[in-house]
Design a binder for this molecule. Structure first.
Ligand SMILES: [Fe+2]
Length: 231
């Protein structure tokens, strides 16, 4: 239907829609990208990841069933265990590096980890679409995964220009409303907590369980902004 309408527009106005005839316009046109979403992908030391996996496997951790079929630890303060001090420090440093790279604050502020929990997906199990409320920045560390495991980020505004859908246009950063990032052992992904994400059903070709550790953060320090001062 939309293609038919476009063809009619093209037929009725030869200047539309795609060929720029004016040389000045053609040479000066550029796309200003606004409001991008910062997601950091990095890796932690392999030995530290192995240590974390050994801790998880050695403990009698209780899990509860989550929406989407996977399980999460009932303990929402996993990183408070003494055995995980090292990894907590690395994750705290990493999340603050991200925060300061993006925000570049004048004030003395920093993020600290609040909740932290373990996610387990067996083959075929998914993790429902969600965001992390009451958190600034979140992170997920992939501890034990297999080829084909991913995390998917989703744009709340799922339609092109907020209001258009096509069946067969190329996937670009302008047109996608969902993006998969491979979940690889030792990989740490840090993202705004308000960003929607989910996990597709785990491939049935995997062995064992997919294990990851997620965490949320909150801010501390001087958060008194100029606008507040003028109230
Ligand atoms: Fe999540």
């Amino acid at each position: 239907m939309i293609r038919t309408v476009l063809k009619e527009i093209i037929a009725s106005n030869s200047m539309l829609p795609f060929a720029i005839r004016d040389e000045v316009v053609k040479q000066t046109m550029h796309i200003q990208e606004l409001f991008p979403t910062p997601i950091i992908i990095t890796h932690i030391d392999k030995a530290l990841n192995q240590k974390t996996l050994a801790f998880i496997k050695s403990k009698e951790i209780k899990y509860v069933r989550n929406l989407g079929g996977n399980s999460i630890s009932s303990d929402l303060y996993t990183l408070e265990s003494d055995e995980l001090n090292d990894i907590k420090k690395v994750l705290t440093d990493s999340v603050n590096e991200y925060f300061k790279k993006i925000i570049i604050p004048d004030e003395e502020v920093e993020l600290y980890i609040t909740n932290s929990w373990i996610n387990v997906n067996k083959n075929g199990e998914a993790h429902h679409l969600h965001k992390h409320t009451n958190s600034m920045v979140s992170g997920v560390l992939y501890i034990d995964t297999c080829e084909g495991d991913t995390i998917s980020f989703s744009n709340e505004n799922s339609e092109v220009f907020g209001n258009l859908k096509f069946n067969d246009i190329p996937k670009t950063k302008w047109t996608v409303h969902e993006w998969d990032i491979p979940a690889i052992n030792n990989r740490l992904i840090i993202f705004p907590s308000s960003l929607l994400h989910f996990v597709k059903p785990r491939p049935n070709t995997c062995t064992g369980s997919r294990i990851s550790l997620s965490f949320n953060t909150w801010i501390k320090g001087d958060t008194w902004v100029a606008e507040s001062r003028s109230r």
